[in-house]
Design a protein around this ligand. Structure first.
Ligand code: ATP
Length: 513
């Protein structure tokens, strides 16, 4: 199936099974804003818990906060967002569609990479074990030509971004003959900068209301509380502050479902270190975060690091963790070495000292910061995309199954009485009453057992327990495993242990600690 079709199916699956709904749907929706349904909120909460526990439980020196969305407007001046939180935009005059100029060029580069990889794959198949990939890349004329073209465009692109040279960005689009995917034409406007922050007004005074912003990232709430936490928590450098919360960006090109939203959620952790040690910690956090992702078991080949071509105004190193979505490798998380830019700048704008006294060095300094910043919604999308499977069964029927990692599944266990009589529903309820304190359970007595299994497969429930007449006699049930569809007769007394083994977050956390 084409990846585009897979993506469409995922979007409709999310709606059909209560994971994600378009916001304000009865009013025809609101662009790039979505609501999470009854299943979505559980999955989202489990993702957040996995992240939070991995930060707070596994690192003695990381603590959490929950700062307000509204902050003093000068914070956004100090952080650079008022002046520099811009996207370079370009319009196609025929389709009247607006694009990010940098994304058009990145997609063009990705297409060249794809061509090269196809050539390599073809040759690898042809030559089998004797294939020398490095040699092939160096000598094959078609690959060499594509690679040279890529390198040239990439160098120009990186320089244009670093110099904020908008004319050059446009020129690259023209020179590479990039066309609008909708109109198919090259009738482009100039490239312009567009600020992504939402502004609103707070209160009303004699001088008028104060202009405030909806935060475009959660990080600044951590920076301005750095000393509060350090002092009240008696934290010693190195230490981290973690936060999960909403962020808002007036994204121009808001497509691809929950990948790019105007209201979204971030999980960010700022790690404060001694100046000069930041790049070591940057490397450490890169590894820790990659391990967190890979432990979910979606396949190591689905992840890669992508180092930034253009470092943000605050960074001295930056990389993205990219995940293979149905529409290609895309950023899910950013890891940035933010230097002392933010604390230094807040010190300047607020006039308050943001320094730390290091008792071991016996001196004060402005700490450097390494941050890990992941979008909950992108993590949600990658989790659903990696888990979505359509399978043909031995009897010719098909099933859609979400092979979610068990600790993330919204419902851990469905309890199904074989028939709606003879005391079986009551027995099923008894099981739920015993297990509901540990696991989110669902009771279902409607339709055939086969149909009920399909419904649970579609929402990713790892275990179904069927109560039959034998259950009343010997206190046993059949437990059915989602991925293998195998069934086993087990004692009701053993259910708790069997289910906990797989669904508890502890196992996942143990694998990364
Ligand atoms: P992009 O280049 O895709 O716009 P970014 O580099 O601006 O992303 P960061 O500022 O590094 O993103 O934000 C950290 C994380 O927040 C991203 O890795 C992503 O997971 C998430 N994120 C950022 N913008 C959005 C958005 N509009 N919708 C959903 N998640 C987002």
């Amino acid at each position: 199936m084409a990846q585009e079709d897979v993506f469409k199916k995922i979007v409709s699956h999310c709606k059909e099974y209560g994971f994600v709904f378009p916001s304000s749907e009865i009013y025809d929706g609101l662009g790039a804003v979505y609501d999470y349904g009854q299943m979505g909120v559980e999955l989202k909460n489990n993702i957040k818990k996995y992240w939070w526990d991995s930060m707070i439980l596994l690192h003695e020196n990381v603590v959490g906060i929950d700062s307000a969305i509204f902050m003093h407007p000068t914070i956004w001046k100090a952080s650079g967002h008022v002046d520099a939180f811009n996207d370079p935009l370009i319009d196609n005059k025929d389709s009247k569609k607006r694009y990010r100029a940098d994304v058009l060029i990145e997609d063009y580069l990705a297409k060249i990479d794809e061509k090269i990889n196809k050539e390599v794959e073809k040759a690898a198949k042809k030559f089998g074990d004797s294939f020398d990939e490095a040699m092939f890349r160096e000598t094959n004329p078609r690959v060499k030509e594509q690679q040279a073209k890529r390198n040239e465009v990439h160098t120009r692109f990186a320089k244009a971004l670093n110099d904020s040279n908008l004319e050059e960005l446009r020129q690259i689009i023209i020179d590479c003959e990039i066309v609008d995917p909708i109109s198919g034409t090259r009738n482009w406007t100039d490239v312009r900068q567009f600020n992504l922050m939402f502004a609103t007004e707070m209160g009303s005074t004699a001088d008028g209301a104060m202009k405030v912003y909806l935060r475009p990232e959660t990080a600044q709430g951590i920076f301005v509380n750095f000393l509060n936490v350090q002092k009240t928590g008696r934290m010693k450098i190195p230490f981290g502050i973690a936060q999960i919360g909403k962020a808002f960006r007036n994204e121009i090109v808001a497509r691809q479902f929950i990948f790019r939203m105007r209201e979204f959620e971030q999980m960010e952790m700022q790690f404060f270190v001694r100046p000069g040690e930041e790049l070591d910690y940057f490397r450490q956090w890169k590894e820790i975060r990659m391990k967190w992702h890979k432990s979910l078991g979606f396949g190591d080949h689905k992840y890669r690091f992508h180092d930034h071509d253009k470092l943000a105004h605050y960074a001295n190193a930056a990389t993205d963790i990219e995940f293979e979505m149905p529409f290609g490798f895309k950023e899910v998380e950013g890891i940035h070495s933010r230097t002392d830019f933010d604390l230094g700048s807040h010190e300047k704008y607020s006039g308050k000292k943001m320094q730390y006294f290091d008792p071991e060095l016996n001196k004060s300094y402005t700490p450097y910061v390494v941050e890990t910043s992941i979008g909950v919604d992108r993590m949600f999308l990658s989790t659903i995309a990696a888990s979505y499977c359509e399978e043909t069964l031995e009897n010719g029927e098909s099933r859609v199954v979400l092979k979610l990692p068990a600790p993330l599944a919204p419902i851990k266990l469905a309890v199904l009485p074989l028939v709606k009589k003879d005391g079986l529903p009551e027995k099923a309820r008894e099981i739920i009453d015993a297990l509901k304190f540990d696991f989110k359970c669902q009771y279902d007595e409607k339709d055939s057992i086969g149909k009920r299994y399909r419904r649970q497969d579609a929402i990713g429930t790892p275990y179904c327990v069927t109560v039959d007449h034998q259950s009343l006699e010997d206190n046993t049930v059949t437990i059915r495993y989602r991925d293998t569809m195998e069934q086993e007769r087990v004692s009701i007394n053993d259910l708790q242990g069997i289910i906990a083994e797989k669904v508890n977050m502890k196992k996942l956390l143990t694998s990364i600690s």
